[in-house]
Design a protein around this ligand. Structure first.
Ligand code: ZN
Length: 245
């Protein structure tokens, strides 16, 4: 059986790239296009959506035709409408759409709703070295990654990360300043899957790094709604399958 390529929507706040020269220098077409290019090169069907589009580009029809949504937001989380955030959450829990939340999307409304916790962490923007250790080398999201990934300059995120214990823990980061962080984690939520991947501060070229691109591709494939997923039967059931007499 041939599997259809996952249908991906990459959602980006797309504000910093238009107002900050340092960010625009790394991502002249926007972070969403930098994320889209390697996924398209891998044969995935990729569209993009941004905050300032009507309904943030995430209409019911759009999400119904999406197998996995990738999310990047930073300073405008509050501008995402509660209705759209709830729509995303419901597509995950009730319909099996995957969500891949990147970097500062730990504070995005859909991710927070799916976690049910405050999602707090420590942070410091000092351009320090980050080393991501593969702690589950057999996990599909670690495929093609050997032992660890080094990023010369990144923002630090430190534990405690205020999320429920992940079902899958694939990467743990160490930072030059001494902190550590669960930087690649997966959760099951209802019918769907959520993956959080930490790197990607907007003033560093992280999303051009081939190994980071590989992890995001892996995460998209892992989280994507499986073809043929069927809705569960729920609630009152009048007719038993066997004769009760
Ligand atoms: Zn950041």
């Amino acid at each position: 059986m041939t599997q259809r390529a996952p249908r991906v929507v990459i959602w980006n706040e797309f504000r910093h790239e238009r107002t900050n020269e340092a960010v625009a220098a790394h991502y002249p077409q926007g972070i969403h296009e930098a994320l889209a290019a390697p996924l398209r090169a891998a044969g995935l069907e990729v569209a993009t959506a941004t905050l300032d589009e009507p309904e943030h580009g995430l209409t019911e029809a759009r999400l119904a035709a999406t197998d996995v949504l990738v999310w990047w937001g930073h300073k405008a989380h509050a501008e995402v409408s509660d209705a759209v955030a709830e729509r995303v959450k419901t597509r995950v829990t009730e319909h099996g759409m995957g969500l891949v939340a990147l970097h500062s999307s730990h504070f995005s409304k859909p991710f927070m709703a799916l976690m049910g916790t405050g999602c707090f962490l420590k942070y410091r923007v000092a351009g320090e070295r980050e080393r991501l250790w593969v702690v589950d080398p057999g996990h599909p999201v670690a495929a093609g990654i050997e032992d660890h990934i080094d990023l010369d300059h990144e923002e630090m995120y430190g534990e405690p990360f205020d999320v429920p214990p992940p079902d899958d823990l694939v990467f743990i980061s160490w930072f030059k300043g001494g902190e550590v962080f669960r930087s690649g984690s997966g959760w099951r939520r209802g019918m769907g899957r959520v993956f959080y991947f930490r790197p990607g501060h907007e003033t560093y070229p992280t999303y051009h790094h081939p190994q980071i691109q590989r992890v995001i591709l892996n995460a998209v494939r892992w989280a994507a709604r499986p073809e043929g997923l069927t809705a569960p039967v729920r609630g009152r059931r009048e007719s038993p399958l066997e004769d009760l007499e």
